[in-house]
Design a protein around this ligand. Structure first.
Ligand SMILES: Cc1cc2nc3c(=O)[nH]c(=O)nc-3n(C[C@H](O)[C@H](O)[C@H](O)COP(=O)(O)OP(=O)(O)OC[C@H]3O[C@@H](n4cnc5c(N)ncnc54)[C@H](O)[C@@H]3O)c2cc1C
Length: 304
């Protein structure tokens, strides 16, 4: 059943929500999802960005990439993901709440925790796009690039049908193998607020990717830096495609605080990003990728 237009309040509790449809339709084509749909596309008032940086959940990714009111990390992450065609259609809400790209989850041939099964076939199978930080029975990685960017702002997600909560709370700690996020059926994400953007902050985003575009990253990283004089006064460092949720890396941030922003500082900080890594053999190569991607993201932040 497809009904529109709806208000966000009417949309909650109906069929599975569809925003841009770029992820949901793929799952339906593969037979992983089925059943009624409630289209969000004509819900009014969810496609605006306000001056105090509240972003409606139906704002297109392409619009995030070009809005100069948004801090550099958000714009760079938005411009760096997927393809121009996807970015023109896909939304902030759909990106944050998309399902994992794990090929076992997306194949009808395999059962897994996220489809009601009792095992993670990646553990016995091909897992070179899987977790570097193994935090639970499922070793798929979270797919949302915007998830890591908004995590770097400790952004607040607003819901119809549920309480406001931080992006970190939206994702949880990644230990529940059945979920990609903690949003419940009947909750509609209506917007996300950035509350701690620092005037003049620098931001960098980089991904290691197997081809030039139209691919999910092997590893991706976002950084924010702000300064007092020449010294780093604050830092946020986040990584994606390394765990079941986007990860903030406080140990890396700590190494940057009070330091001069130069290559030696960045290399020392990036090196600690793999503390606690516990990959399966197939994904162990990511141990080399993560520090390199963070180092380059830090250097790129200083170029802007
Ligand atoms: C070739 C290719 C490369 C890609 N590379 C990347 C990449 O590098 N990084 C990345 O992040 N993504 C990547 N993607 C994925 C793409 O960004 C997502 O498909 C897209 O962001 C989903 O947005 P959507 O609006 O189409 O979501 P939909 O498909 O409409 O929805 C996705 C999910 O979110 C739920 N949902 C949507 N809106 C709401 C809401 N307001 N409230 C509650 N639930 C909601 C839906 O029910 C559904 O479960 C890639 C896709 C392709 C095809």
């Amino acid at each position: 059943m497809i009904r529109f237009p709806l208000t966000a309040a009417e949309a909650k509790g109906e069929g599975e929500l569809r925003a841009g449809g770029t992820d949901l339709q793929d799952l339906r084509h593969r037979g992983i999802r089925s059943g009624p749909i409630t289209d969000l596309r004509d819900v009014q008032g969810l496609d605006a960005i306000t001056d105090d940086l509240r972003i409606g959940s139906l704002v297109k990714i392409a619009d995030l990439g070009r809005d100069l009111r948004l801090p550099p990390l958000i714009r760079k992450a938005a411009n760096g993901l997927a393809t121009p065609q996807i970015r023109a259609v896909a939304t902030l809400g759909g990106n944050l709440l998309q399902r994992t790209r794990c090929w076992y989850f997306r194949s009808r041939e395999f059962d897994c925790f996220k489809k009601g099964g009792t095992s993670c076939p990646a553990r016995e199978g091909i897992a070179n796009r899987h977790a570097l930080f193994d935090r639970g029975p499922c070793i798929s990685v979270h797919a949302s690039t915007l998830g890591l960017a908004f995590l770097a702002y400790d952004a607040v997600a607003h819901f119809e049908g549920g309480p406001d909560r931080s992006i970190a709370e939206v994702y949880g700690d990644g230990s529940d193998p059945t979920r990609d996020h903690a949003v419940q059926a009947g909750e509609v994400l209506v917007g996300v607020s950035i509350r701690d953007a620092i005037p003049g902050e620098k931001g960098g985003y980089l991904r290691a990717i197997a081809r030039a575009e139209a691919e999910w990253p092997i590893v991706e990283a976002g950084v924010r830096l702000w300064f007092e004089g020449e010294r780093i006064a604050g830092a946020r460092v986040v990584a994606g495609a390394v765990a079941g949720v986007p990860l903030r890396l406080p140990a890396v941030e700590q190494r940057l605080l009070g330091e001069l922003a130069n290559e030696a500082t960045f290399a020392r900080a990036a090196a600690v990003s793999i503390e606690g890594a516990n990959p399966v053999p197939d994904s162990a190569f990511k141990v080399d990728f993560l520090p390199a991607v963070i180092l380059s993201a830090l250097e790129r932040a200083m170029e802007a």
